[in-house]
Design a protein around this ligand. Sequence first.
Ligand code: UN1
Length: 493
Amino acid sequence: MTATVDDGAGVQLKNLVDGRWQDGRGEEFTSTNPSRPDSVVGAGALAGQAEVDEAVAAAARALPGWARTPHHERAAVLVRAAAAVEQSAEAWGYELAAEEGKTRAEGVGEVLRAAQILRYCAGEADREAGEMYSSPRRGERVLVTRRPLGVVGVITPFNFPIAIPAWKIAPALSHGNTVVWKPASLVPLLAMRLAQALQEAGLPPGVLNLLAGDGATGSRLVDHPGISGITFTGSTGVGRAIAASCAARGVPVQAEMGGKNPAVVLADADLGLAVEQVLLGAFRSTGQKCTATSRLIVEDGIAGEFLAEFARRTQSLVVGDAVDPATQMGPLVSASARATVHQGIEDAVGQGATPLAGASPYPGGDLAAGYFVPPTVLELPSTDLAVWREELFGPVVGVVRARDAQEAFALANDGEYGLSAAVFTNDLGRALESVVELDVGILHVNSETAGADPHVPFGGAKGSGYGPKEQGRASREFFTHTTTVYLRGGRPA
Ligand code: UN1
């Protein structure tokens, strides 16, 4: 019988190298359920250093064949994988909730999103086209065509165990690259599920290689001379270190990093809508999204009314086991994440922040046994506090009040990140003003800060992003490079 995430021993984890599923040769490890930390979800062994070399070598061998495979055939693999992923949405959504801690509904939604991304990228492969230019010289045309980057190293975070890998791996494959993928070691099971779906959909051996690993595995991959590019999502510190190391060797990097995303609620906003949306932005996925709302800027005139309702709704969120359908917010992913968030709240309160909701750790019972932190709203005495400036990656929102829209936009821009922002207003002029004023990669007018559609660019300004953006046509800028072909033929000039 096949093991399940609820058996106790966990699902047996394997690596994929050169088309073969094999046990890792490094340290043994397990992934556990953050709602019930004594329950093992997956068990296996990390890839050793030699396996990184083997996987890169396999990807390099597979590259010429895959790069020359017609786009339509590459697309067909992604379409078949999308169907398999979609069919598994309920089962894998459950596993995702058990492994990562987001709610089951969010888990199922994320698996479906991965299927949607695979389909979108298949369509892009089918639409692949070059450009033809005229030439200043007689008898000549100039063709611009695209070639794959090569062997791409893919390093993905724990918080979207299948959607983020899909939006990196699918465009890599559709554009003819081969991949060595190291997912976060906290979520190896969902990584294995996606790799299995792609493999079974007909990828030739070596086109996609999966290695369970830790930071050392990631470094080995980043520094590997056989890698032609790295796409990474994670913290700004790690992203910048990767960018520096790759820049020294002239290797392109696509890094999607931290966020400290503001929601700005202006006095003319629909307050009911704003409360709903800020709740989603702040507390879905337990705030563990680089796009989560962690700063709230409220215009003075409506601050009292808005904050009272927002705090009331925050307190009434149902926090519990991620797989329980009644749960509205699950746990954080790990004990260390919980300790960091607790510390961040304690420091803020110590520096004069006023809790409007949450803040105190759960005293006992199931919530204290799991990695749960109450959804927390803190009104801040100043914008100097770390909770306003630094990414905490948890269900914590810092609030400040603004005199008017101008001050609100200035507060929103204050800081080193620029991933996403939300502005709540019914005034078109102010909405348009926010488009000009806010230095962000993603702006939501009257919707929450999180979310990313597969057909439009995703990525941030300032410390939030480095290199070409992800998703949509934008991802082509990273996963391909152009060859400009001067074509002279016919009668000489
Ligand atoms: C989303 O907002 O739905 O790591 C996606 C992250 C982002 C993805 C956010 N790269 O949270």
